[in-house]
Ligand binder design. Structure first.
Ligand SMILES: NC(=O)N[C@@H](CC(=O)O)C(=O)O
Ligand SMILES: [Zn+2]
Ligand SMILES: [Zn+2]
Length: 366
């Protein structure tokens, strides 16, 4: 089968690529760990590579209260091997009904790091999301007051809007007024997929010399364009939301991620679904990239000849934006291949990982 990825440009022998790379321990600023059997099957992949992760709250039912977030945090820690050195950073799922005081209390008590806006119907488990951003204005007011960041799945849900345009329309119709109405609210534009989003983020003025908006970028949106979803047939394991866009956008994301600009940082959006739920007449959106996420990012930075900016993207820009300390300790990647399995069968249900059957060009070794 031909690979839908851009070929490694490492064939050029005039370029010197280090045999290994040691960086400050990284964090993952956008992760779906799920719950129950799936949580137990996947959590260790994220904890192996990352010191901390922003845990998405789109469970069924969603995580909307401080008590639910504490319970979920405990289940995550229980699912990990003993002595795992990993800190889940919890988020609240915004609904039309969420109470501003519940969020503020969760933030004050150190349970909620941030709150997540899913427009109702935009993506997996978003049925309880916000139907009109006007409904959460009192919540945004309170978040702005207490300095709690707003994380957004930035797509409009109007079925009249073409799926490839939903991110750009969200920027204009939803995010622009929110930023104007809440001038000191901090925002993370999650899983940016368009040149429009890159330009939008870089165009926003800073507050007192610090960015007030940043964006996470996934490995998969850096590695393939929408052609991969249709390469020789329909390939459900390349389907996620926001959907991959045309090549021009992928190249803009690669420039942003590797630029060293502090407003762009690592967020894998690892989103496991059991194989039957992906390989279906109506397959779920989401790509499970946790097993080799760092390896994938390293490959992109190598291809862009930007390995000197890798650590800023993986380990510095995120904590600085969130106002958290940088991690102590390091991880090391070697310029060596790993064969990604076709399917992972350690859980109750099989899950197909990102890059299944491919060889990575980097390997995390410690
Ligand atoms: N990214 C996805 O395609 N899916 C995510 C939800 C999300 O991040 O939008 C999921 O929870 O499966
Ligand atoms: Zn999303
Ligand atoms: Zn996500």
């Amino acid at each position: 089968m031909t690979s839908p990825y851009r070929p490694l440009s490492g064939e050029d022998s005039s370029r010197s690529v280090p045999a290994s790379l040691t960086i400050r321990r990284p964090d993952d600023w956008h992760v779906h760990l799920r719950d129950g059997d799936m949580l137990r099957a996947v959590a260790h992949y994220t904890a192996r590579q990352f010191a901390r992760a922003i845990i998405m709250p789109n469970l069924a039912p969603p995580v909307t209260t401080v008590a639910a977030a504490r319970g979920y945090r405990d289940r995550i820690m229980t699912a990990l091997p003993d002595h795992a050195d990993f800190q889940p950073l919890m988020t609240a799922y915004l609904t039309d009904e969420v109470e501003p005081e519940e969020l503020a209390r969760g933030h004050e008590e150190g349970v909620f790091t941030a709150a997540k806006l899913y427009p109702a119907g935009a993506t997996t488990n978003s049925a309880h999301g916000v139907t009109d951003v006007a409904n959460i204005y009192p919540v945004l007011e309170r978040m702005q007051q207490v300095g709690m960041p707003l994380l957004v799945h930035g797509e409009v849900t109007d079925p009249e809007i073409d799926i490839f345009d939903r991110e750009a329309v969200f920027l204009e119709k939803v995010l622009t007024p929110v930023l104007a109405d809440f001038p000191s609210l901090k925002v993370v534009f999650e899983h940016a997929t368009t040149e429009d989003a890159v330009q939008f983020v870089t165009a926003q003025p800073e507050i007192d010399g610090s960015p007030r908006i940043a964006a996470t970028i996934t490995p998969h949106h850096l590695m393939f364009s929408r052609n991969a979803i249709f390469a020789g047939g329909i390939r459900p394991h390349f389907y996620c939301l926001p959907i991959a866009k045309r090549e021009r956008h992928r190249l803009a994301l690669r420039r942003a991620a590797t630029s060293g600009d502090a407003r762009f940082f690592l967020g894998t959006d690892t989103a496991p679904h059991a194989r039957p739920a992906k390989e279906s007449g109506c397959g779920c959106a989401g790509i499970f990239n946790a097993p080799h996420a760092l390896e994938s990012y390293a490959q992109v930075f190598e291809e862009e000849e930007a390995l000197d900016r890798f650590e800023a993207f993986t380990s510095e820009n995120g904590p600085r934006f969130y106002g958290l300390p940088l991690n102590e300790g390091t991880v090391t990647l070697a310029r060596a291949e790993v064969e990604v399995p076709d399917v992972l069968t350690t859980g109750v249900e099989p899950v197909v990982p990102f890059r299944a059957g491919e060889r990575t060009s980097w390997r995390m070794v410690g």
